[in-house]
Design a protein around this ligand. Structure first.
Ligand SMILES: Cc1cc2nc3c(=O)[nH]c(=O)nc-3n(C[C@H](O)[C@H](O)[C@H](O)COP(=O)(O)OP(=O)(O)OC[C@H]3O[C@@H](n4cnc5c(N)ncnc54)[C@H](O)[C@@H]3O)c2cc1C
Length: 261
């Protein structure tokens, strides 16, 4: 079983600042961590490997310092790590990030499963996983809360939806985006940490991946950030108290008076 896990190095804060001119995130001076959702994806991959055997490869697209995030995943138990890094990828939006990652994954050879986090805590779009699946033309199961296992080349999983959950089966290869309720990520072991320090990390640059000109980096990014702003805290508001049915009547009346419903 060849399992790829896409991980992203993110700033260790949700207080991400944005360059008002370019509309991109300012990462300088902010400590970095593995995107927390991606640790759940690594854990899910390690459990599937324990069940079925095979290899777990973690991959990230980012600046050279993103190797630290890859080393943490090696320390957790991943077998191989790949850094996709080149100045030519700067300015990538979610479309070209997922395109570049899809092409990088293809260049590594055969895979059975690709796992991503549900979303990154900085960009927060939850688009990269589904984008990779689309570019590779494989099935996807998003918001996975439970992986039941793999039998007869088919994975069974539970995905969260607003009204409850769905049980999905999909033949391999498939991409899954992993939610927090899926499992509890293990801590890196002492042995793993030593192994991670010595591990050779493969680096792929623009010349190693079969990319169409104009489809990666800033040039290949159709997203334009028109404006960014910090929402102001809401002022006022009113607490409706009292018996439940009276409070509900008052709430409905208020919503009607305010022409909200
Ligand atoms: C116009 C524009 C320009 C941008 N320029 C830059 C830039 O110059 N530098 C920059 O760093 N960012 C840049 N970004 C942000 C970048 O596009 C996003 O951070 C990136 O595409 C991931 O999107 P996200 O953070 O919403 O991840 P999500 O889609 O929320 O992530 C979901 C999952 O996808 C996987 N994933 C996401 N990103 C990566 C990755 N890089 N490597 C491996 N797996 C990943 C992880 O498993 C993650 O849990 C730019 C964005 C825009 C719109």
């Amino acid at each position: 079983m060849e399992i790829i896990v896409c991980i992203k190095q993110v700033p260790d804060t949700t207080e991400v600042k944005i360059d008002p001119e370019k509309g991109t995130l300012i990462r300088d001076g902010v400590p970095s961590i593995v995107n927390p959702f991606d640790e759940y994806a690594v854990e899910a991959a390690l459990r599937l490997k324990a069940e079925k055997g095979g290899k777990v490869t973690v991959i990230t697209m980012g600046p050279p310092q993103a190797v630290e995030a890859l080393r943490k995943c090696i320390a957790m138990g991943a077998d191989e790590a790949v850094l996709v890094s080149d100045r030519a990828f700067a300015g990538s939006d979610t479309w070209s990030t997922s395109y570049t990652l899809a092409k990088a994954i293809s260049s590594l050879g055969k895979f059975d499963l690709i796992l991503c986090g549900k979303q990154a805590i900085d960009g927060d779009t939850a688009q990269v996983g589904p984008g990779i699946a689309e570019h590779l033309k494989i099935s996807q199961i998003t918001y996975v809360q439970k992986v039941f296992g793999i039998q007869d080349n088919t994975v069974a999983a539970e995905r969260g939806v607003e009204s409850g959950y769905e049980l999905i089966e999909s033949p391999l290869p498939v991409l899954m985006t992993i939610d927090k309720s899926c499992c509890v990520p293990r801590l890196p072991s002492m042995m793993g940490t030593v192994k991670a320090l010595k591990k050779e990390i493969k680096t792929l640059t623009v010349n190693d991946i079969n990319l169409e000109p104009g489809l990666f980096g800033m040039e290949g990014s159709p997203t334009r950030v028109k404006r960014t702003f910090t929402p102001q805290p809401r002022k006022g508001g009113r607490m409706i108290t009292g018996e439940m049915h009276e409070a509900l009547d008052e709430l409905v009346k208020t919503l009607r008076d305010e022409k909200i419903v």
